[in-house]
Design a protein around this ligand. Structure first.
Ligand SMILES: Cc1cc2nc3c(=O)[nH]c(=O)nc-3n(C[C@H](O)[C@H](O)[C@H](O)COP(=O)(O)O)c2cc1C
Length: 179
């Protein structure tokens, strides 16, 4: 399975949690890792290149820090620019059919805050629904997200453990990733 991981962090060099997750994957030659903010400092996304890459990979991992219950804005722009009518959706827009998409995100809030009655009211899965629906509208298969909670508080050893779980999660075949 060919995996492309698109990391969307405005300051990946200053990140702790997202860097920890990526650190576990860097040795894996089978995973093509990209830093979206570094690749497009002017936010001018090369749509043709993105289409070519999407066709090349079986699974696309979208990794980002949870910002205001969503993804950082360059990834939103990536959706807006790349998921085009007639290519990703609409008549003849079936190029992403069969592609697997998986979100990996880090949240500052603790697990207990992401539930009904908790501080954040909703689960992260619920809050990710606009992204889930965007990808399924584009005929993609949306796989269970991987979430690191308490991302700013986690100690190094905890983050390292999460990173190992993440590495396993994103390599797990669809059939074994229970929703
Ligand atoms: C602009 C901004 C918005 C944020 N919004 C949220 C949020 O909605 N929910 C949350 O749990 N954490 C939120 N956070 C905390 C980040 O998710 C957290 O700092 C990040 O995941 C840590 O990862 P990093 O070390 O890779 O930067 C926000 C942080 C920033 C800077």
């Amino acid at each position: 399975m060919k995996i492309m991981l698109i990391a969307a962090h405005p300051q990946l060099d200053r990140s702790r949690a997202n860097q920890a997750l990526l650190g576990e994957l860097k040795e894996d030659a089978d995973i093509f890792i990209r830093d979206l903010y570094r690749e497009y400092p002017d936010w001018n996304i090369d749509v043709e290149k993105e289409h070519r890459l999407l066709l090349e990979y079986d699974r696309i991992v979208l990794q980002f820090p949870f910002y205001w219950y969503s993804c950082p804005p360059l990834l939103k722009k990536w959706f807006d620019d790349v998921l085009t009518f007639g290519w990703a959706f609409g008549p003849g827009g079936d190029r992403l059919l069969g592609k697997e998409f998986l979100v990996g995100t880090t949240a500052g809030g603790p697990d207990r805050s992401y539930r009904a009655g908790g501080d954040n009211r909703f689960t992260v899965d619920e809050l990710l629904r606009p992204i889930e629906r965007t990808l399924t509208k584009c005929n993609g298969t949306y796989l269970p997200a991987f979430v690191v909670y308490d991302a700013n508080q986690s100690a190094g050893a905890e983050l390292a453990r999460e990173a190992r779980r993440y590495a396993e999660h994103i390599r797990t075949p669809q059939s074994a990733l229970a929703h």
